[in-house]
Design a protein around this ligand. Sequence first.
Ligand code: AMP
Ligand code: TRP
Length: 330
Amino acid sequence: MEHIILSGIKPTGQLHLGSYIGAISNFIKYQKEDDKTFIFIADLHALTLPIDPKELYENTRDLVAFYLAAGLDPEKVAIFLQSQVPAHSELGIILNNYAYMGEMSRMTQFKDKSAKLNEKSIGLGLFTYPVLMAADILLYNAEIVPVGEDQKQHVELCRDLAIRINNRYKQEIFVVPTPVIAKTGARIMSLSDPTKKMSKSDPKGDIFLKDDLKIARKKIMSAVTDLGSEVKYDKENKPGISNLLTIYSCLKGITIEEAEKEFVNQRYGEFKKAVADVVCAFLEDIQSKYTKVIESGIIDKVLHDGALKASKIADETVERVKKAIGLYSF
Ligand code: AMP
Ligand code: TRP
């Protein structure tokens, strides 16, 4: 039997090569014919840090458009917004009671993000973020959750919650999910500082999916590289070259070893040009597909149909949980 797969991205900031390689491209690999894949947009999660309403709206539309442009097929996959399936909020509220303050305080993403805020204005939603994320996963009985490395801890918390609740009520209320991190590309690094992750807030180090091709090429050509001259994968000593090799091999669908072989005896400059060519070809293709999706006006229908498909399963889960824990249900 095929596994149930679920994943999502929150619509904050602009999508970049890290979000594509680390997340979206894996979603495409997992999509199956049989309604067992759920890919959503974690728009409620986007509210955990202040965000301009117009930006949130546009990011959400863009994310759906890029999902479709990248090849997610709404016939095979339920594509939906978290906020349009009320069961997410409902299960989130229930799960809050089973998560402990201590384990939540240890979440590295919370620690990193809250450290950047004034202590007096850290939103409660930022703290409970992983509980809502657990609800996202458990609602669909997901077995496999493909994510980038930074989300592994959250999926592990979800596992702990599922096991804790199953044990407490002595029944299999929840399916215990497994995070799946791709071997290559789970951590694309910044072009301007290859020891840091490519993230949504670093215009120099990011390649955004919407970047103008000339600008993208320039960013690759001026990417920070390392001492030496050999194009070889060595994360410790050659983080810059290793990152470019990862990007190149992921976009071409080849292994790192195969990529290395293509550049034996070549200089960094020639190698960077080849990487820029591959990145620009990729961007040109996905941008033209993105424009077609936006012009086609299908986004609302995709989201509407996706929310219906998702609600069916999510509502069943909420009923099952209510029954098991003693909430009145008919
Ligand atoms: P975010 O952009 O932080 O909302 O993350 C969306 C998804 O993309 C998550 O599954 C992340 O783990 C993944 N992701 C984000 N940045 C990177 C990166 N630099 N390399 C690989 N995956 C990433
Ligand atoms: N936290 C994820 C991110 O920042 C997004 C997300 C929310 C998610 N709920 C999820 C990912 C459930 C996988 C499964 O990218």
